[in-house]
Design a protein around this ligand. Structure first.
Ligand SMILES: Cc1ncc(COP(=O)(O)O)c(C=O)c1O
Length: 366
């Protein structure tokens, strides 16, 4: 019996009747880009993130780009971020002509907040923590640094919708919180989509303008060159429907983690347990072991799909050569890249699937 790492087909089959109706209804309206579903989505997201505003967009990558652009990140500037994220977190910095300045991570894969201050220079234009796996960074300390140096914080919340830290929602800590609704995210569209949240009216107004070619009030007078980065009404309609289930999906993922923790022999693998400050939403469930490659191969052979997020740290990617980082620049990130293994965690897993995965892992280490 194969246990898939993701199961989008199952999601679609369960939702099929409803989704077809929703798409059909939405296409019969005159607005296909933007529209009533988009506005409803933005209202709902700002409510659940407890922020004043939300702007729907066409991807998480564009959310980061627009936020960095608006905050004035340009050629020669520096942005502080971790090197263990998805490539997009760094790509957006490079595309604006700025330099990503990496800070190594802690055992739990989050940026090491105690190492941020030493990387701040006169050129630092933003701090961009990434809430990897659905676990939030130590935002209270990061915001303290941001206030001390008057440097804005852009949260990369691509993987952390509904996560919280010390009771405060992901995306609501920094100046801007940027989310992805990519099909593999806990709140997923049927293609690319993203959104951002902010409490700042100026940021909200300006990013809304940037989202649609820089047009403010009319199509004919444009004060700044913008982007085309809007959410389709169909995607918003699907997301509005899926929002109804989001809490349940996260609850199921958290239950899956509890099952893993109950049945896995935790003496053989490392998993950073949730602290009392955190509410993790488990976009991914990542264990760490020195025998990662052997374990991955073994699980594959018996039909258990796994993934690695991410096997090559960003500073060691070929694309990063011009940044002149070397092997050894970020020891924790590099060590974790060799040890991390993402196990299936999706909401369609059955208890018996998780028990089988755990038993197989325990057997591998015997
Ligand atoms: C941490 C992180 N940042 C940024 C992104 C980019 O989001 P998108 O794929 O919606 O452009 C992703 C998406 O996978 C991500 O996981």
């Amino acid at each position: 019996m194969r246990i898939p790492y993701v199961n989008l087909k199952q999601q679609y089959l369960i939702e099929r009747k409803k989704i077809i109706k929703i798409i059909d209804k939405t296409l019969q309206k005159d607005s296909w880009v933007g529209g009533d579903e988009v506005r409803k989505f933005e209202k709902k997201i700002s409510e659940i993130c407890k922020t004043n505003y939300c702007i729907s967009l066409n991807s998480g990558t564009d959310a980061l780009t627009l936020a960095l652009h608006l905050l004035g990140v340009r050629k020669g500037d520096e942005v502080i971020t971790p090197p263990n994220s998805f490539i997009a977190s760094t790509a957006v910095i490079v595309h604006l002509g700025a330099k990503p300045v990496f800070v190594d991570v802690k055992e739990d894969q989050s940026i090491d907040e105690d190492k941020i201050e030493e990387k701040i220079t006169k050129k630092t234009k933003a701090i961009m923590p990434v809430h990897l796996t659905g676990r939030m960074c130590a935002m209270d300390k990061i915001i303290k640094i941001s206030k001390k140096y008057k440097i804005p914080v852009i949260e990369d919340c691509a993987q952390s919708i509904l996560s919280s830290y010390k009771g405060k929602m992901s995306g609501s800590w920094g100046d801007v919180g940027c989310f992805s609704a990519h099909p593999l995210k806990n709140l997923n569209a049927m293609g690319d989509a993203g959104y951002l949240v902010t409490n700042n009216y100026y940021i909200y107004k300006k990013i809304k303008t940037l989202r649609t070619h820089g047009m403010e009030e009319s199509r004919n007078n444009v004060k700044v060159f913008g982007y085309v980065s809007r959410m389709d009404n169909i995607q918003a309609a699907v997301l509005n429907y899926r929002l109804l289930n989001l809490k349940k999906i996260i609850q199921k993922r958290r239950e899956n983690v509890n099952l893993y923790l109950k049945y896995l022999d935790l003496k053989k693998i490392y998993f950073p347990l949730e602290t009392t400050d955190e509410f993790n939403t488990y976009h991914t469930f990542v264990i760490q072991t020195a025998q990662r490659d052997g374990l991955k191969k073994y699980l594959k052979k018996i039909g258990i799909e796994t993934a690695i997020h991410y096997p090559i740290p960003i500073h060691l990617q070929s694309a990063s050569k011009f940044l002149n980082y070397k092997k050894g620049s970020f020891p924790k990130t590099e060590l974790q890249a060799k040890r991390i293994l993402t196990l299936p965690i999706h909401q369609y897993l059955k208890k018996k699937d998780i028990i089988k995965i755990c038993k197989s892992i325990n057997k591998f280490f015997k």
